[in-house]
Write a protein that binds this ligand. Structure first.
Ligand code: KG4
Ligand code: ZN
Length: 338
């Protein structure tokens, strides 16, 4: 089976072609095209929804056209169209959903509606068929921080999530306080790699709470307090703040994830979302598996599959039995876990 994936939930316009090998159930990535309006948003220090939607309109057809280049006859070869229906910005989502509906109507092919958050989890299943259940998935992106139990492809249970800011948001808001370009995650990772001491020891919010929730909004206040004390942070201060911020965020992510891994005897740990692109986070997870002597395997998507892309949307669609007529599909910006 061959699937066209379309993702337009925020500021990335993406299309991908994936094929599943029916014998070994391995998902092969044939093309993965992403256009981003990030440079525009960097100028304003954040995403302006109206601007993001207009950029989606500009990119959507050229991006899909580019993704088709790996096929001889897209109309014949593509069996279904997978599209992100939520959560996300309504204007951006509508561009992808209406495009998918148009292809579906003209080609007479079914649509598979995909929850963007499931997409981040399923990025792990691309070129990977050794993931065992039960699995604990941690989604860490700019908009979400969620812990999820996967008993199998059809029994997926939300365990907890952030009560306020997402992990990526904590990176981005700290970046703004330090005058770093948006989104700040990649640069904070780079700056943090040049420091070695957790000088500021920022709070680890609700690290010991009796649930699987997170709270990161207090971190920006803690950082702001230090920045005000320093007045004009120099390069060295910025490196040390970056290091301490990462330490605080990752300590909480690790504590809660491994609590879930132990409770549910997980055989696999799946990371997903933009923050999972962080090398230090991956290394800390590997180290924790060793420290706790846990028999689980860590899976992390390739870096370009951690941030928003359409390959992960098509990957999720292979395991989603929902096939819909174009008339039944609509965007839902508030979509979450059931
Ligand atoms: O998954 P994603 O592309 O978009 C959302 O669905 O939100 O995630 C973007 C987020 C941003 O907050 C960005 O700062 C963060 O992921 N991010 C990182 C890294 N790369 C991206 N955070 C920490 N370290 C990174 N290397
Ligand atoms: Zn995302």
């Amino acid at each position: 089976m061959t699937i066209l994936g379309i993702e337009t939930s925020c500021d990335e316009t993406a299309a991908a072609i994936l094929r599943i090998n029916e014998n070994d159930k391995k998902i092969e990535l044939l093309s993965n095209v992403i256009a981003t309006s990030l440079a525009l948003h960097a100028k304003t220090g954040g995403i302006i929804p109206e601007v993001a939607a207009r950029e989606q309109l500009k990119f959507i057809i050229p991006v899909i056209e580019e993704s088709f280049k790996v096929l001889k006859n897209p109309k014949e070869e593509i069996d279904a169209i997978a599209v992100t229906v939520g959560p996300g910005l309504i204007g951006s989502l509508l561009v992808g959903v209406e495009t998918a509906r148009t292809f579906s109507y003209i080609w007479k092919k079914p649509i598979i509606p995909v929850n963007h958050l499931f997409g981040h989890i399923y990025a792990n299943f691309i070129n990977e068929n050794s993931i065992q259940f039960p699995a604990i998935a941690l989604i860490v992106s700019g908009g979400h921080t969620d812990l999820v139990l996967m008993k199998n492809h059809h029994e997926i249970k939300w365990l907890g999530g952030t009560r306020d800011d997402a992990a990526g948001e904590a990176f981005d808001k700290t970046g703004r306080l330090l005058n770093l370009p948006y989104p700040a995650g990649p640069l904070i990772e780079k700056l943090a790699s040049t420091a070695t001491k957790d000088i500021y020891h920022f709070p680890r919010p609700i690290i010991g709470s009796d649930d699987f929730d997170f709270s990161f909004s207090g971190l920006k206040t803690a950082v702001l307090r230090e920045v005000k004390k320093i007045k004009m942070p120099n390069d060295n201060d910025i490196k040390n703040i970056s290091f301490s911020l990462q330490q605080a965020i990752f300590a909480v992510l690790i504590k809660k994830t491994f609590k879930a891994v132990r409770k549910y005897n997980a055989k696999s740990i799946l990371l997903g979302g933009g923050v999972a692109a962080n090398q230090t986070l991956r290394e800390k997870f590997e180290q924790e598996i060793k420290n706790q002597n846990i028999g689980a395997t860590l899976f992390v998507p390739a870096k370009n599959l951690c941030t928003d892309n359409a390959a992960m949307i098509a990957a999720a669609a292979f395991f989603n039995p929902d096939r819909a007529d174009w008339r039944k599909i609509s965007a839902n910006p508030e979509l979450y876990f059931d």
